[in-house]
Each structure stands twice: as structure tokens, then as C-alpha cells.
Design a protein around this ligand. Structure first.
Ligand SMILES: Cc1ncc(C[n+]2csc(CCOP(=O)(O)OP(=O)(O)O)c2C)c(N)n1
Ligand SMILES: [Mg+2]
Length: 356
């Protein structure tokens, strides 16, 4: 089901009927704009030799903001992937924390500087650390969803991958298990049409990853990344299902990758200038901004203030991370073993017993 086929011209009425206030709409746009500005800064830092690597969320912001807006930050779980910058900002990571990761500083909450840049993670915000083998987080996320169900916490677990990664065996195992056990789990596929240089026609024998949901007996919903409201509405229903014990949902967001795969890739080797320009026209940021401006939700004054605030936040994060300390060699084995587990230790319960 493609729920984004007809996008409203004036989104205030459908937003209100979806339970979103004008502040929500501005908040959605703000987190997208912050994600974009921070991402653009990372490229500057990479090209000027300050950070080693960037893998970008540009083009994915609308889907990530809309979907995560349906979650409760700090209570629900996110198992992100390397393009999830806007999603992790929404769930509570700060620009300072994110750039500490880019600079591989000691205080990087993802891993104390051990992970690649953009391999987000934050224990306190219930954001799992990204593993480089794509889609491995999908099984981890289902494990957390199983724990949430056994403990009756009411938590929902969302994970995301690209469409190429959706072909990994882990995804089949995860969806099969989550569907059988009606777990509070949402699988988001951010379909940007490429897996590095491989176009989707060489990755998938079907047009829509969402069509595979039928094999698990779960809903498969398609949304467009330019339709932020549609992304929210789809996620809200998936969250409702999850909390009601009705099981998982697969959401496929059709998005654009507005940059090369990463800072180590040159996309003009495999994409024409015309194609890149056409995809730029599907940038969710100006699309959503236009909707908010047309609806009178985003005024000149509000936008000017927001732009200045975001610029200051990105500048502050850069200075902070630039000045932060590197990890020390004596700490290299820390976090390998659980000698310093932060917070509550996980109970040692056996599978299917429900409790310790
Ligand atoms: C198991 C595994 N195989 C291959 C890779 C190398 N790799 C990293 S990203 C990527 C492409 C993934 O494409 P997609 O899932 O569509 O995500 P996108 O980068 O387009 O958002 C590949 C093949 C990897 N990290 N892990
Ligand atoms: Mg892709």
C-alpha cells in the first residue's frame, strides 16, 4: 500500500487529524534542518582533513523525522544505521555527541572513539551502536523487542537499513521471528535506489521491498521521504500495532541519496549528472519547507530564528568536538568486557522463561 501517492496541498488539517500540532510540524522541520546542517558540516570537516570519513543522511531526513516522531525518545529503542543522523537527533543525541564520534574522541558516546564515524549509538538514549556488517542490527533489534514483550515494558523497537541490506539473511530471520511472536518491532527500509554503486534493479527482483511483508503476514507500507506527514502517519499506526501486541510492521520509505555513498565514493562514475540533478529535485527539505510555508506554519521570523540557532549549534558542536580529548591507549581494552557496565545489569533469564 503506497500511502504517499496523494500528498495534501495544505497539510494543517490532515496534520491535526493525525494529532500533530503546529509545534510538532515546526519540530519535524527543525530536526530535519539540523540533520542536514550537521551532515553538511561533516563533509567540510572531512574535506579539510579534520574527520576521517562521512557517510551521509542527506535526502533521508524526511522519512527519518516523520517515522521517529511517532516514538517516545528515551523510552522506545532505535537500532539505527549509518544514514540515521536525523533519527538519532530526534531520539535525543546532540550535535556535540555526534561530532565527538566523527572526531573519534574519548567521550564519543557511540564507542569512545572506536567506531567509524556515523556509526551512531547511545546507551542512555536507547540507541544501539551500529555494526558495520549491514543488517546485523535487525536481529539485535528483534532481541530487544522480545525482551520488551517478555518484561511487559511497552517499549517499541525500530530499526532501519537500506534496501540493499534488506536482502541479508538476517532480515528474513528477524521478520519471521518477530511476526510469529507478535513482537513490538518496526522495520524501516530507506530505499534510496542504490547500494553503493549498484542500482536497485540489480539488487531486488521486485519494485518494492514492502511487497515482501506478505511473506511474514505483516503490513508492508510504502511512504515517500518527501511526504513527512505520511511517514509520521504510517509510523503512528505501526507503533499503535506494536504497543497493542499486534506485531511488527515493515515500512518502506522511498528516499533519495543526495550525496555519494560515502566520502570515499565518487558517484559520477556510475550516475549521470542528469540523474543526480533529477534526484536533487526530490530533496525532502525544500519540499516540507514549502508545505509549511504555504500553510503559514513556518513564518519568515520563525525560519530566520531557527536557521541562526541551528548554525550556532553546529558551530558549537564543531568547536567542542575539535577541542575534546582523544582516547588514551591505556583504555583500549575498556568496554570489551563488562567490568564497567553502566546502569542496570541485564538479568540472566533463559529464553521463553519470561523472567530470571
Ligand atoms: C554484510 C555486509 N556486506 C557488505 C558491506 C559493504 N557495504 C556497506 S554499505 C553497502 C551498501 C548498502 O546499501 P543499502 O542497504 O541500499 O544502503 P544505503 O547505503 O544505500 O543507504 C555495502 C554493500 C557491509 N558493510 N556489510
Ligand atoms: Mg540503498
Amino acid at each position: 500500500m503506497d500511502v504517499s501517492a496523494n500528498q495534501p496541498n495544505d497539510l494543517t488539517a490532515p496534520a491535526a487529524s493525525a494529532g500533530l500540532t503546529r509545534d510538532d510540524l515546526v519540530g519535524l522541520y527543525r530536526v530535519m534542518a539540523l540533520g542536514r546542517a550537521l551532515d553538511e558540516r561533516m563533509w567540510i570537516l572531512n574535506r579539510s582533513g579534520r574527520v576521517a570519513f562521512v557517510i551521509s543522511g542527506q535526502g533521508h531526513e524526511g522519512a527519518q523525522a516523520g517515522i521517529t516522531w511517532a516514538l517516545r525518545p528515551g523510552e522506545d529503542w532505535l537500532a539505527p544505521y549509518y544514514r540515521s543522523i536525523t533519527a538519532v537527533l530526534r531520539m535525543g543525541m546532540t550535535p556535540r555527541e555526534i561530532l565527538l564520534g566523527s572526531y573519534a574522541r574519548a567521550d564519543d558516546p557511540s564507542s569512545g572513539g572506536r567506531q567509524m564515524p556515523n556509526h551512531y549509538g547511545h546507551i542512555g538514549r536507547k540507541i544501539l551502536s551500529v555494526s558495520s556488517p549491514v543488517a546485523s542490527q535487525v536481529l539485535h533489534a528483534v532481541g530487544i523487542a522480545l525482551a520488551a514483550k517478555l518484561r511487559g515494558t511497552g517499549e517499541v523497537v525500530v530499526t532501519s537499513t537500506g534496501e540493499g541490506s534488506s536482502n541479508q539473511g538476517d532480515v528474513h530471520e528477524a521478520l519471521n521471528f518477530a511476526a510469529i511472536h507478535h513482537l513490538p518491532f518496526i522495520y524501516v527500509v530507506e530505499n534510496n535506489g542504490y547500494a553503493i554503486s549498484v542500482p536497485s534493479a540489480r539488487e531486488l527482483p521486485v519494485d518494492d521491498v514492502a511487497s515482501r511483508a506478505v511473506a511474514y503476514g505483516i503490513p508492508g507500507v510504502i511512504v515517500r521521504g518527501t511526504d513527512v506527514l505520511g511517514c509520521y502517519i504510517a509510523a503512528k499506526e505501526a507503533v499503535r500495532r506494536a504497543r497493542a501486541g499486534e506485531g511488527p510492521t515493515l515500512i518502506e520509505a522511498k528516499v533519495e541519496r543526495l550525496t555519494a555513498h560515502s566520502s570515499d565514493d565518487q558517484q559520477t562514475r556510475y550516475r549521470s549528472e542528469e540523474e543526480i540533478a533529477a534526484h536533487r529535485a526530490l530533496d525532502p527539505l525544500p519540499a516540507f519547507r514549502g508545505q509549511l510555508r504555504a500553510a503559514g506554519v513556518l513564518t519568515d521570523a520563525a525560519e530566520a530564528a531557527m536557521t541562526a540557532e541551528i548554525a550556532a549549534e553546529v558551530e558549537d558542536a564543531t568547536r567542542f568536538a575539535e577541542a575534546a580529548a582523544d582516547p588514551v591507549v591505556e583504555d583500549v581494552a575498556r568496554w570489551v568486557f563488562a567490568e564497567d557496565w553502566p546502569g542496570e545489569r541485564p538479568p540472566a533469564w533463559g529464553f521463553g522463561t519470561g523472567r530470571d
